[in-house]
Design a binder for this molecule. Sequence first.
Ligand code: NDP
Length: 458
Amino acid sequence: MGIATVNPTTGLTEKEFEPHSSEEVQARIAESAGAAARLRATTYEQRAAWMLAAAEILADEANSLAELITVEMGKPIAQSVAEVQKSAKAMRYYAENAEAFLADSPLQDPAAVGASQAWTRYEPLGAVLAVMPWNYPLWQVIRFAAPALMAGNSGLLKHASNVPQAAIYLDTLFERGGFPAGSFRTLLIGGGEVADVLADPRVKAVTLTGSEPAGRSVASIAADHVKKAVLELGGSDPFIVMPTADIAEAAATAVRARINNNGQSCIAGKRFIVHTDVYDAFAAEFAQRMADLVVGDPLDPQTEVGPLATRSGRDELAELVEDARDRGAQILAGGTIPDSKGFFYAPTVVAGLTDDMRLVQEEAFGPVASLYRANDREEALRIANQTSFGLSSAVWTRDAAEEEWFLQNLEAGAVFINGMTVSYQELPFGGIKRSGFGRELAAEGIREFCNLKTVWKA
Ligand code: NDP
């Protein structure tokens, strides 16, 4: 399949798009580089006014845009509306905070370096390429674009090929807010075209959210050209439940952590590691709640779990479960492909996992939860850290010493205590190990695509 909207609820192709020709791609890169030069000369105040205007447009169009998101990738409509609102909020946040995040920082004791004054300042890099996934077709892009544009960079978007209408919407959004033409441009191209775009000297840096193979490829091309790269490559986050936790609350939250976005979130809790003293109670409650979820048409407000975004994604998820089942795992809920059109998979809980099962190492990108029993906190930690990913994690405990111990020892970019991982614009977001490098959001996110210039004055 090329660049097309395939409705995952029906399996039908709704709209196909011609990829941009190489001439068109060249023209768009030139426009982006030109816009970067113009943006550099604008003030924070000016860019903030444009960003706030674009946020207003987005918020005003929330309902139609949400429907488009749901038709293109299948998330329940209320979650699509929430995604649009969250994106508008992040645009306002960076409009209001970018100047403070990037303010000059003076050295307190310039005499120590033989200067009368010394300070640092952040400057934009220029045109930045964003290779983005389909799971949050708006939010993933905005959390790059809002800080990048507020810093004075321009953005070039290579969106996932299955969300072209979201990509086309984003192509004009910032211009409609008042940004100079070309400040943000969509490239309708396949993954194979990214290397040439990234090699172009007018493109200064790249950010990618997606799978490990895509990230590895893009980062190595960036390295060949000595360009900055930020990678966000997903995770297999642990959700640890210890005996002092409120088990009912932990189980209810675990379900939301697993099935939000139809289970296709990098920061979803995917491996539920439960202390043996509370394992049976948690497993019963969790499996029942997963089995009770309403699966169906994501445009129906009653639906809690819609289809997977693509047929291949659904089939790969089913293979992971089959592999575990074949090797002796127990299926406590789901484990089936419903007999319906579209790319559905039943919310599933798998227990009795052993290290030879693919589910132990690979990311389950859909509504499939892995359940582990741990005899003590050391075993819980070993299971939590045995994955090659290190994005986020969650720990449920009311024991302060235990909390601190997990905080110190979990190999992850974030730890959420007695809650589930959520991305907040105010908090840095990113991982370690094979989840990638660099940070998005908060002050750290906007600084990734800036030149931190050191100034020394005699
Ligand atoms: P991909 O990584 O293939 O797609 C993400 C983006 O990268 C898309 O824009 C894609 O373009 C592009 N891309 C893919 N390969 C390359 C490449 N070699 N060079 C440059 N760009 C490339 O994700 P999938 O959609 O195939 O999903 C596969 C798995 O990735 C999921 O099951 C999940 O494990 C993980 N994933 C993680 C996400 C996250 O939030 N961290 C989001 C999405 C997926 P195109 O669509 O044209 O191929």
